[in-house]
Write a protein that binds this ligand. Sequence first.
Ligand code: NAP
Length: 520
Amino acid sequence: MTTQLLGTSFIGYSRSSGTEICGHGIQPGTCTVLEPAYMAATPDEVEKALSLAAAAFPAYSQLPGKTRAVFLRAIADGIEGVVEDIVERGQLETALPEPRLRGETGRTVCQLRMFAKQIEEGSWVDARIDRAQPDRKPLPKADHRAMLCPLGPVAVFCASNFPLAYSVAGGDTASALAAGCPVVVVAHSSHPGVAEIVANAVIAAAQANGMPEGVFSVLYGGGRKVGQAVVKHPVIQAVGFTGSRAGGTALMATANARPQPIPVYAEMSSVNPVVILPSALVRGEEALAEAFFGSLTLGVGQFCTNPGLVFLPVNTGEVFLAKLKSLIEAGSPSMMLNAGICKAFADATSSFATAAGVATLARSTTEAGSGQGAPMAFIVSVADFLKSEVLQGEMFGPATLIVRGSLEEIEAAIPHLEGQLTASIHSTVEELAAHPGLVPALQNRSGRLIFNGFPTGVEVCDSIVHGGPFPATSDGRSTSVGTMAIFRFTRPVTWQSFPDALLPAELQDANPLGIKRMES
Ligand code: NAP
């Protein structure tokens, strides 16, 4: 490995010393302790990182989009340069296979380059110009010009299930840096070494491109201690988080209890309902079961878009269920990301298995080894599903709940679902014409609607929404994936009656950046 791991936080351009070990990387399954030990950032070091971020904000936020884009591209290049280190350490820390780690690294650098392109072009600031009308009757109108501006330093919590694409230099960090916000990252204990490798690349890119110190820091020490301190700190103006409902809601409570409350963009819990109508079964029940099983077990089910809930009308789909049963029984247990996630999966599946009215449709016939999760499916009636709070919860792993009832019962159940990242519907245009309320009901509960497909595999693009009503996210008006993610870290500002020379370039009369604007 070319990167030398030191086990300490990045406080701007310095490395901390720390005084207390907060953990090691741990190999899932074998529980082998990996070197080095990671030192928790001390309160003074946390303070230093935050004051550096505050000091960096004025200069960094004023940099032209093209300059920030060079920085983002340099981070992407730097990460590509250490991909072998990422793969080597990532396999040890996360048990994710090499192709997944390479693929996720590719996605991470693509995201950075996507935001670089967005801010190079510049129209994302949504510039609006209402020119003065001094002769307007009965009152003259003053010149008003508005655009989106960066919020200030942002705290980003790394996600255990995306050690690259939603961690140190993942989508939250990339969108915040693109918007013009310094970032203070709280590392996840599940992959500290990968975090250090990526952080080195970000810091090298910042230094090589003359970014102000404090534009980026990474803190070790855990969310409950260091993370809470960061979110409470007056310097921080927004939070990006992916993880559990308990963690996300705890951070929302902390952010709301501040003298100045701040937005928390937490992506938490989603079971991604799949509704299968009879017309979809006509096309081939076995093929549908195979595609569903593929989505259910992808990445050992450790995706926020895992299809954890299926609505299947009674008296249909018997071949689908039989095929799914045989696939699950033959399915192999696989290593999960860490011992905590494995235990949470075991606890959730045993709560489902013992909930009132639930039968086990299938479980893998191979017993799961240490640290492993095995595919399983449960089955319940719509009536029992609606009575149970447990059954609306997430089993984070390769398990799903099949809910059966009449089509009318299924339609009536949809509005009672919690907020979701996605909702999938398998049907035909003709059949849906007879159920005109179904798609609008799913739309009200989710951020992405999928027709005749499954929810895993999130395209990173301009029109993707990876968000949804609570508890899928803490703020269903936002997305954490795609170019719209940048808006989370901005606020609109109006310049009234300002001389041209004092306006940002985006709002000047001559439109020197050549961006798209709304003008009247
Ligand atoms: P987590 O427990 O929510 O932890 C994520 C991060 O938040 C960690 O850095 C953690 O720090 C921090 N944190 C947790 N509780 C906190 C609190 N009260 N105050 C401040 N920070 C806090 O998530 P996880 O460790 O990644 O996985 C645990 C479970 O979350 C999984 O089993 C799964 O059920 C769910 N999960 C869901 C998704 C999804 O996309 N839906 C993704 C990942 C995980 P510490 O290390 O100090 O605890």
